[in-house]
Design a protein around this ligand. Structure first.
Ligand code: BGC
Length: 384
């Protein structure tokens, strides 16, 4: 075959073989255990794919390229029994209709921006107010509702999926074309690693997080009040009644916010303390104790009946501990489970809420020429 003919044949093969088969076959050739299948279609007809990643201990993560959502996460209890420890839905429709960010990547700015406004380099920007007077979690159509490109991989560290998305200049009111890459890696040490990377062509605030709702006894089994929590934080950022930080970094000592030694989530959740009234429980950013920007243990959760333990390590300066206060029984999730108040907790690693309006907080501004790097690890184990 001459050069021209072989080029035609190659082009024909590339055109005829659909993308998914290419991905599947190359993955199979390398003995790659990542399974890819359809998870349905969005209302405007876009295909959503489901990726199932399993490690050598049977830990299984299922994630979709709609919002990068972790739709299930099965980890062993003290007897080796696997259960799904994250809230969510069996089908895509649930995520499209009314999901409170279950399992999603949140951006461009995770958490709240006061009055949906910030000023950057002398220019004022306005965002949709989708949470009372404030902007929350990237706007009306944040990264949690975007279709991401997805590429399964395997490397020395583990296996997973690389999700990429370009958020256009002006999308949801934010400046600059922002290229985002989030790599999910499942390791044989039962770690689920999120590596975030982003670049921009105009200065913009960026605050990316992962919004899984955990119940280590198994999703839908009850509330998380008996989960024992340790937060490696001497201080937290108190908020006003709309959950915007006042700017104070308050010592947790002597308050119901002191989780420096493990204590049940429910032990003080209904104490008469104004900050708990504002959040309807815990819904606050904790300032992680750290000396360097390296990975740091931020939180440890232990669930006594199953023995499951989750540790959260991060390079981020803060973690939002949300005790699922707004779950109110109106969402029916997986297997018909009704998700009631405090049926889950979130540990959203992040920069502090409303940082664009608080110059004294660690900066969330990404500028052209810079690359944002951030890493968070959920590490699972069990103790008898
Ligand atoms: C917020 C909560 C909110 C939840 C779901 C959390 O990050 O702090 O107030 O209800 O996300 O949107």
């Amino acid at each position: 075959m001459n050069y021209q003919n072989s080029l035609v044949v190659t082009l024909l093969i590339i055109c005829v073989v659909p993308n998914r088969s290419v991905a599947e076959s190359s993955v199979a050739q390398r003995g790659h255990p990542i399974k890819q299948e359809s998870f349905g279609q969005t209302k405007d007809g876009k295909n959503v794919e489901l990726y199932t990643i399993t490690n050598s201990h049977g830990v299984e993560v299922r994630a979709i390229n709609y919002g990068g959502i972790v739709v299930s996460l099965r980890v062993p209890d003290k007897n080796g029994k696997l259960d799904d420890v994250v809230l969510g839905f069996d089908k895509l429709d649930g995520y499209l209709d009314k999901s409170p960010y279950f399992g999603a990547i949140v951006g461009r700015y995770g958490n709240r921006i006061a009055n949906g406004k910030f000023t950057l380099d002398g220019k004022e920007y306005s965002l949709a107010k989708n949470n009372g007077p404030n902007a929350l979690h990237g706007g009306l159509k944040g990264f949690d509702k975007a279709i991401w490109a997805a590429e399964p991989f395997q490397n020395n560290q583990g296996k997973g999926v690389v999700f990429t998305y370009t958020s256009k200049d002006g999308e949801e009111g934010y400046p600059g074309n922002l290229k985002v890459k989030v790599t999910y890696t499942l390791t044989d040490k039962n770690e689920l690693i999120f590596d975030y990377q982003a670049t921009t062509d105009k200065a913009t605030p960026v605050n990316l997080t992962e919004h899984s709702y955990f119940n280590l006894a198994g999703e839908g089994t009850g509330d998380v009040l008996k989960h024992e929590l340790m937060l490696n934080a001497d201080r937290f950022t108190p908020v006003d009644k709309t959950l915007i930080p006042t700017g104070e970094l308050r010592a947790v000592k002597g308050t119901p916010f002191d989780f420096r030694t493990p204590i049940a989530v429910g032990a003080r959740i209904d104490d008469n303390y104004e900050q708990l009234a504002f959040g309807g429980g815990y819904d606050h950013n904790f300032v992680i104790n750290r000396k360097t920007g390296d990975l740091q243990l931020a939180a440890r959760v232990y669930e006594p009946t199953s023995g499951r333990v989750m540790e959260v390590y991060t390079t981020e300066p803060g973690v939002q501990f949300y005790s699922g206060n707004f779950l109110d029984g109106t969402i029916t999730g997986k297997q018909g489970h009704v998700y009631k108040r405090r049926y889950a907790l979130c540990l959203e690693t992040q920069h502090f809420p409303d940082s664009p309006n608080h110059p004294e907080f660690p900066s969330t501004i990404l500028r052209p020429g810079q690359t944002l790097h951030s890493r968070t690890i959920y590490k699972f184990s069990a103790q008898k």
